[in-house]
Design a protein around this ligand. Structure first.
Ligand code: ADP
Ligand code: MG
Length: 238
């Protein structure tokens, strides 16, 4: 169970404000896509939810608790990046087991969790391979496996599919949504790809220049764009 609440969140780097006050209430189990052009502040916003970046003003809460209060490892959050960030010298099994080892879990428990994630992600045949012996899609699955073994209640994705070819991207969109539904986790998913946003989101946050232009379902944004930017970016006729 996890709700995520952004309350007038602002971010400054030095004297430059890049996020100008974003508010959103995200329900437990919701799949939210943060979509907007390059440089609009998507990653910065996500990193503040992850606690990887301090919040300059406003509050980010997960289940009503401010994210700054806990250390990242204790938090119930997992993040998947576009460059996978797998350990190249470790096998798939070791990559997925690593954070559990650090957390001090017993070997039997680690084996059970890694086995379960591998089954869910169809990685069982590849457990003893190294990342360089895998396809792009398989690497992305390992990155997700590494995240889900920790059984997070919030899953954060930052452009996880942008290194994959078009066909695989379409397939992985479906896989990610199925996985999220099966796990029942709350997801925040960043992309600059409108089609990805429209096909994956329960609701989308349309961002432009550090502001949330609109928050709504793909249909709402398409049929009733709140701003000219939202209309043009999503490509609706309005
Ligand atoms: P997006 O993910 O939408 O492409 P980012 O969140 O990466 O956008 O960046 C938003 C803005 O913040 C950009 O103008 C970027 O240059 C700036 N920015 C991001 N990280 C830093 C940083 N560590 N220091 C200074 N400026 C930054
Ligand atoms: Mg980014």
């Amino acid at each position: 169970m996890a709700t995520v609440s952004l309350k007038n969140v602002k971010k400054r780097f030095g004297s430059t404000e890049v996020i100008h006050g974003v508010s959103a209430d995200i329900a437990d189990g919701e799949f939210i896509v943060i979509v907007g052009p390059s440089g609009c502040g998507k990653s910065t916003l996500l990193r503040m939810v992850a606690g990887l970046e301090t919040v300059s003003e406003g509050v980010v809460e997960i289940d009503g608790a401010r994210v700054n209060e806990k250390e990242p490892m204790d938090r119930d959050i997992a993040m998947v990046f576009q460059n996978y960030a797998l350990y190249p010298h470790m096998s798939v099994r070791q990559n997925m087991a690593y954070s559990l080892k650090i957390a001090g879990l017993a070997k039997s428990e680690i084996d059970r969790k890694v086995g379960e994630a591998a089954r869910l992600l169809q990685l069982e045949p590849y457990l003893d391979r190294k990342p360089k012996q895998l396809s792009g899609g398989q690497r992305q699955r390992v990155a997700m496996g590494r995240a889900i073994v920790r059984e997070p209640s919030v899953f954060l994705f930052d452009e996880p599919l942008s290194n994959l070819d078009a066909k695989l991207r379409v397939q992985m969109r479906l896989e990610i949504r199925q996985l999220q539904a099966k796990l029942g986790v709350t997801a925040l998913y960043v992309t600059h790809d409108q089609v990805e946003a429209m096909t994956m989101a329960d609701r989308m946050i349309v961002m432009n220049e550090g502001r949330a232009e609109q928050i709504g379902t793909p249909l709402e944004v398409y049929e009733k764009p709140a701003t000219l930017f939202a209309a043009q970016f999503i490509g609706s006729p309005a």
